[in-house]
Design a protein around this ligand. Structure first.
Ligand code: PLP
Length: 368
């Protein structure tokens, strides 16, 4: 079977992790610091503060901005559940906007229509590796005096007009095992603000500024050197990984260009897509379940990111702190998306197999 993700590590990663084990410094230490410096470089930000996972990175981002009960955060409903869990964890209200069908990201006009005096932040999700329209979102944020927290969990190294993911406000990234860069579990927050970076370092370490000097209610959000050692060698090769993923995306886009019942993903002008996922949308005439089964029958495992909107689950559908705007694009898309394997380990013959299986499945998954 060809899978959506394939994890394996080279000798350099093994040596890097082994070095930490042998050093005896397995908790947060010099490797985390090195990782933070390298990641800030990648994201072209002044600071990067590493945390234990992407969800706590979102939570800490909101916390450090003082967002909580009574505040509203506008985000996309077409995302991983962590986005909304993070907002609700702070006590704030999640306001769900619509997405646009070009990049599957939060829609600029929809954001504008949902701003109230209680709005404190916009939390766009850069889905599948392509950034939301941050140029316009930044204008809205400035005009209405709102914070920006980018959920960049899927978009390490992506950019728009040459400006990097995570550089527009606070950027929250994940290094979970399936992401483009991984520490198994891990997260990081990028910022250009010195005092926010400083506060985040205190927040992640029990609110402690120096030994036993507690200045805020903190938590243990720390990453370990073992985790950092896993990802540092990946960072050095990451540009090559992005290039291979882009190549794979072009290959599949070309191979599938004559499939009338599939909408293939594109990199919009001015944006650098890092192809975390290659997500197609099936036209209404196709049955997704049948399509997925056909793909599996041809040896290809696909992913569905995401089968439902975050507010479609019963626990959030009538939640007092989850407010739903018009989400018609998001609703339509959630029923139709399928993500094909795109990862950098794929060979050209595997890409050919994926393309063939997709064409076969397109022709054999009609509703009737
Ligand atoms: C993975 C992911 C997260 C959460 O990251 P974890 O490291 O798994 O906690 C948040 N948002 C999005 C969009 C994600 O894909």
């Amino acid at each position: 079977m060809i899978n959506v993700t394939s994890l394996s590590f080279d000798k350099e990663v093994e040596d890097s992790v082994l070095g930490v084990i042998r050093s005896g410094n397995i908790a947060q230490g010099p490797k985390v610091r090195e990782f933070e410096e390298k990641f800030a470089q990648l994201s072209n930000t002044k600071h990067a503060v590493a945390l234990n996972n992407g969800t706590t990175s979102l939570i800490a981002s909101l916390q450090v901005l003082g967002i909580g009960l009574g505040d509203e955060v506008i985000t996309s409903p077409f995302t991983f559940i962590a986005t909304i869990n993070a907002i609700l964890s702070t006590g704030a209200t999640a306001i769900l906007a619509d997405i646009n069908l070009e990049d599957f990201n939060i829609d600029v006009e929809s954001i504008k229509s949902l701003i109230t005096p209680r709005t404190k932040a916009i939390m766009p999700v850069h889905l599948y590796g392509q950034m939301a329209n941050m140029i316009e979102i930044e204008k809205i944020a400035i005009e209405h005096n709102l914070f920006i927290v980018e959920d960049s969990a899927q978009s390490h190294g992506a950019s728009i007009e040459g400006r990097m993911a995570g550089s527009f406000g606070l950027g929250s990234f994940s290094f979970y095992a399936t992401k483009n860069l991984t520490t198994g579990e891990g997260g990081i927050i990028t910022t250009n603000d010195d005092s926010i970076a400083e506060e985040l370092r205190i927040l992640r370490n029990q609110g402690m500024r120096s030994k036993y000097e507690y200045v805020m209610q903190g938590n243990n959000y720390r990453m370990t050197d073992l985790q950092a050692a896993l990802v540092i060698p990946q960072l050095n090769k990451y540009e090559t990984v992005i290039q291979k993923r882009s190549f794979n995306a072009s290959y599949l886009n070309n191979a599938l260009s004559d499939c009338d019942s599939l909408v293939t993903p594109s990199q919009l002008p001015g944006r650098k897509h890092v192809w975390h996922q290659f997500t197609i949308a099936l036209e209404e005439n196709l049955n997704r379940q049948t399509f997925v089964e056909n793909m599996a029958g041809q040896g290809i495992n696909v992913g569905i990111y995401y089968p439902a909107l975050v507010c479609d689950y019963q626990l959030y559908s009538n939640h007092p702190l989850v407010k739903q705007g018009n989400m018609s694009n998001a609703r339509s898309l959630a029923k139709r998306v399928v993500s094909l394997p795109i990862h950098e380990k794929l060979t050209e013959s595997e890409l050919l197999e994926i393309a063939k299986a997709t064409k076969y499945s397109e022709e054999n998954s009609n509703e009737n």
